[in-house]
Design a protein around this ligand. Structure first.
Ligand SMILES: *Cc1c(COP(=O)(O)O)cnc(C)c1O
Length: 404
């Protein structure tokens, strides 16, 4: 069992007062807080190693390059990628998805179909729409039901040999639904389609095994898993990444440049033009080490307890409805109270030091499905406590009294 009070001392920000009250941070779905080891590692990089990578023969440049490549290896191990050149550093999930849609721009033709789920974050919708506009391919949507689960029988019907790529999140940021990606990956491959998994909300809670999953692409951000902002990973199978043209041209992604002809570097450098977020990449490795030291089994156990306790306590409030009631869900509770705008509740409980997300959570199609402008979303991390949930419940009750 985790010693939560001890874990909390790893996160200096959790001691903070906000509006004179102890911070209750329940906006982990938007970004996680950072442990001291991560904060220290950023400073340490700039104090001791700072140099550009893959370029200089001098000692610091080599140290920086080694540290960056060690971090790539840590990610490779963490997600069990077959090759380390299948692990690309990006600035985040959004960048990774756009890199993949750019790759498909050279492949798709009119008549081809892109299958996107109705549970997606805007960053896993809009790039595919742009891709379809560019190529004449058609976007098809896998529907969801009232519990916030994707309807697999409809997915089966939508799949055909016209389907070239399926894209779905591992876990929904708005509702917490854990999608049946193993099934979806297998089905996509049966019709010869590729499949991208948006793991942005999964990596804070679990350790994906990309070889066991057999997905073609798996993308995530560092900042939702205790790492720095501006970091992320695109895992892609070698055969796909080799097929794609480069995404950006520039330094570091070439073999030889002349005005007549430029040849591109091998993976992963072909997709890593320019000076990257070196400190960020290295420290993403530190964040992964940290999460593994806490242990994903422990993380899941704690978060499941918080989910069960939070669900039970919030449902004590009359007129409260939870959106996203899938059996398989992670520690996200999206809710509304009859007749009250989510924003108003968010504003009042912020005065009590409680941070939640209100609005459409970059998932407007889900809000449209339920016919609501947005929800209040409390997303729990392993460093949260039941006492904090009690504060949330008290805060919401108070806000409800003030507003009704
Ligand atoms: C946060 C999130 C994204 C976007 O991540 P960025 O870090 O903003 O690029 C995409 N998909 C899901 C499911 C997310 O939760």
């Amino acid at each position: 069992m985790l010693d939560i009070q001890k874990i909390r001392t790893d996160f200096p920000i959790l001691n903070q007062k906000v509006n004179g009250k102890s911070l209750v941070y329940f906006d982990n779905g938007a970004t996680s807080q950072k442990p001291q080891v991560v904060i220290d590692a950023i400073a340490q990089y700039y104090q001791e190693i700072n140099a550009n990578i893959h370029r200089g023969v001098h000692t610091l440049s080599q140290l920086a390059t080694d540290a960056y490549e060690i971090a790539r290896g840590k990610v490779q191990n963490h997600i069990n990628a077959k090759h380390n050149h299948e692990v690309l550093f990006t600035s985040g999930t959004t960048f990774g998805i756009n890199l993949v849609t750019n790759g498909f721009a050279a492949i798709l033709k009119p008549g081809d179909e892109v299958l996107v789920s109705s549970l997606e974050h805007h960053s896993n919708i809009v790039p595919w729409q742009m891709l379809c506009e560019r190529t004449g391919a058609t976007l098809k949507v896998i529907p969801m039901n009232e519990t916030g689960e994707l309807v697999m029988s409809e997915f089966d019907k939508l799949l055909s040999t016209n389907t070239k790529i399926v894209t779905v999140n591992h876990i929904s940021n708005a509702l917490g639904t854990i999608n049946p990606i193993e099934y979806m990956i297998q089905k996509a491959h049966e019709v010869g389609a590729a499949i991208l998994i948006d793991g942005a909300q999964a990596v804070p809670h679990l350790k994906p095994d990309v070889q066991a999953l057999d997905c073609d692409f798996y993308v995530f951000s560092g900042h939702k898993m205790c790492g720095p902002t501006g970091t992320g990973i695109l895992y892609g199978k070698e055969e796909w990444l080799n097929k794609f043209p480069p995404y950006q041209g520039g330094g570091e992604m070439i073999k030889e440049v002349s005005f007549e002809k430029t040849t591109y570097a091998d993976l992963p450098h072909k997709f890593e033009a320019g000076t990257p977020n070196i400190a960020g990449g290295i420290v993403l490795g530190t964040a992964i080490d940290y999460m593994n030291s806490v242990g994903f089994e422990n993380i899941q156990k704690q978060e499941l307890e918080l989910l069960e306790y939070g669900t039970k306590r919030l449902l004590e409030i009359e007129g409260l409805r939870i959106y996203g009631t899938s059996k398989n869900k992670t520690s996200v509770i999206s809710f509304n109270i009859d007749g009250i705008h989510p924003y108003d509740i968010g504003t009042i409980i912020d005065k009590l030091g409680i941070a939640v997300r209100t609005g459409h959570h970059c998932a407007q199609p889900i809000m449209n499905f339920f016919g609501i402008p947005g929800t209040i979303r409390a997303s729990f991390s392993f460093y949260n406590t039941k006492e904090e949930i009690d504060s949330l419940v008290e805060g919401v009750k108070r806000a409800k009294m003030m507003l009704s």
